[in-house]
Ligand binder design. Structure first.
Ligand SMILES: *Cc1c(COP(=O)(O)O)cnc(C)c1O
Length: 454
């Protein structure tokens, strides 16, 4: 795989620079925030208090004219950029013809073309079928529906630190109580949580196979090998802290699923579409899931999600059993086809691998000097730093919060995550230039160095 980035081919509409003309948030953003407080429910949070008016490549411009470096991509969504010309042209063309007919009423070709592209790009060269939806949670819900129908079983296995969404079933699958689940129950039944492979926090030397054996024994004891409809897992956990399981963990679980008639579902909503340096994170370990869920990076920012899986599983569902009014909206499909083309034109999987090398190199170097960096991990352009109290593995969520706040004050958008809230993650647009990324990394590292109360 090439890791030489061909950024010369990339062109940008906006200057790819950090430039602050006001304090953050500036007066316009403050005005919007005041209106928001009176109009938008308090339960919706925002990581960053500045209001966007434009975005391109690796920058977001706010309502006060500040240009921020974007190391979050709106949570791994705008991998091709937030205003990619191919996506913009495809969307404009489509809305000039029809915005909606409903694929379940009057179908159209672009839905079929997206399904063909997904069947081709996802891991494995077996016969596949796809269904399109709107959100990641909806894709996960439908993957579970299919698994239960085809197996005639109910139990679903999810993992510690898992994040699968905010609908009722996906809240049950998601591990973290605050803020995702607290007081929103009761949750869907027949969800069983198993220990994840978490190399930084597991006993030293625990292999992927051993971590999987721990899960397998618990599944067999607590649920029964012939009762598990599905195992659902993020091949690299996203919201839970960018946790990369030990090598062999995923394959051992997938093998067990195959041997026991269980549907193995890879939730690649965050890891999919070039993000980790391959088209899908499962590709790194040659794991071929029975069903894969996708969303975030799929359509250049338009809302679209999908499940792709073995034809014999997906075609087992009765006609009319899967769907939704907006699923596979034609504007979103046009955007997805343009986004996928963009990923191929610029070799964004290769570009993600390059970003990963650049960022990991800089952060590992910083970790040698800064004892608050407990771990640097991830794959491709999905890299995180786990922050701890120096000399321990005790999570330091206050430092993570301070780092994100300090970086923002300097004009860099960084997101935090992790079960303990102590992980700062990098999810830059894959089209970000090396200089822009390098400047963002400088600010990030300086913010860690400054500590909690600088
Ligand atoms: C974001 C995410 C979801 C939920 O997607 P929504 O579009 O927010 O519903 C599900 N799974 C994973 C792994 C995610 O990162």
């Amino acid at each position: 795989m090439t890791t030489e980035a061909d950024t010369t081919a990339l062109t940008y509409r906006l200057p790819q620079q950090r430039k602050l003309v006001t304090e953050l948030p500036g007066p316009r953003s403050k005005e919007f925030a005041a209106r928001r407080g009176r109009a938008v429910a308090a339960g919706v949070g925002s990581s960053v208090p500045v209001y966007a008016v434009d975005a391109d490549g690796g920058v977001i411009v706010d309502a006060d004219g500040n240009s921020l470096i974007d190391l979050g991509s709106g949570i791994a969504v705008t991998s091709v950029g937030a205003s990619e010309p191919r996506v913009a042209a495809a969307v404009t063309e489509q809305v000039g013809h029809f915005t909606h007919t409903c694929f379940m009423v009057t179908p159209y070709e672009s839905y079929v073309a997206v399904a063909e592209a997904l069947n081709e790009l996802t891991p494995g060269d077996h016969d596949k079928r796809s269904v399109l939806f709107n959100s990641g949670a909806e894709a996960v819900e439908n993957a579970i529906k299919v698994a239960r129908l085809v197996t005639g079983r109910q139990a679903v296995v999810a993992f510690d630190n898992a994040y699968h969404g905010r609908t009722n079933l996906t809240m049950a699958l998601t591990a973290k109580n605050m803020p995702y689940k607290a007081r929103f129950g009761p949750f869907a039944p027949e969800v069983y949580r198993m220990p994840m492979s978490y190399p930084y926090r597991d006993e030293p030397g625990l292999t992927g196979e051993q971590a999987a054996a721990r899960v397998i024994s618990e599944m067999e004891v607590q649920i029964g090998a012939d009762q598990v409809a599905a195992i659902i897992i993020e091949p690299i956990q996203g919201e839970g802290g960018f946790i990369v399981p030990a090598p062999g963990f995923l394959a051992a679980l997938s093998d067990w699923a195959k041997a026991n008639g269980t549907v193995f579902i890879a939730d690649e909503v965050q890891t999919g579409f070039a993000r980790t340096g391959a088209w899908f994170a499962c590709d790194h370990e040659a794991v071929v899931p029975d069903i894969i869920t996708m969303a975030k990076g799929i359509a250049g920012g338009l809302p679209l999600s999908a499940i792709t899986g073995r034809a014999d599983l997906l075609d087992a569902v009765h006609p009319g059993g899967l769907g939704g009014t907006y699923g596979g909206n034609p504007v979103a499909c046009a955007a997805a086809l343009a986004a996928i083309e963009t990923m191929k034109v610029y070799d964004l999987p290769g570009r993600a691998a390059h970003i990963g090398e650049l960022a990991t190199g800089r952060l590992r170097e910083a970790a040698q000097r800064l004892p608050s960096i407990g771990d640097v991990r991830g794959r491709g352009a999905m890299i995180a730093v786990e922050l701890v109290r120096p000399g321990t593995t005790t999570p330091d969520p206050a430092l993570a919060k301070a780092v994100a706040a300090r970086a923002l004050a300097q004009g860099v958008v960084l997101l935090t995550c992790g079960t303990y809230g102590n992980v700062v993650r990098l999810l830059p647009p894959l089209v970000i230039g090396d200089d822009t990324l390098g400047d963002g990394l400088d600010v990030f590292i300086a913010a860690i160095e400054a500590g909690v109360d600088a």
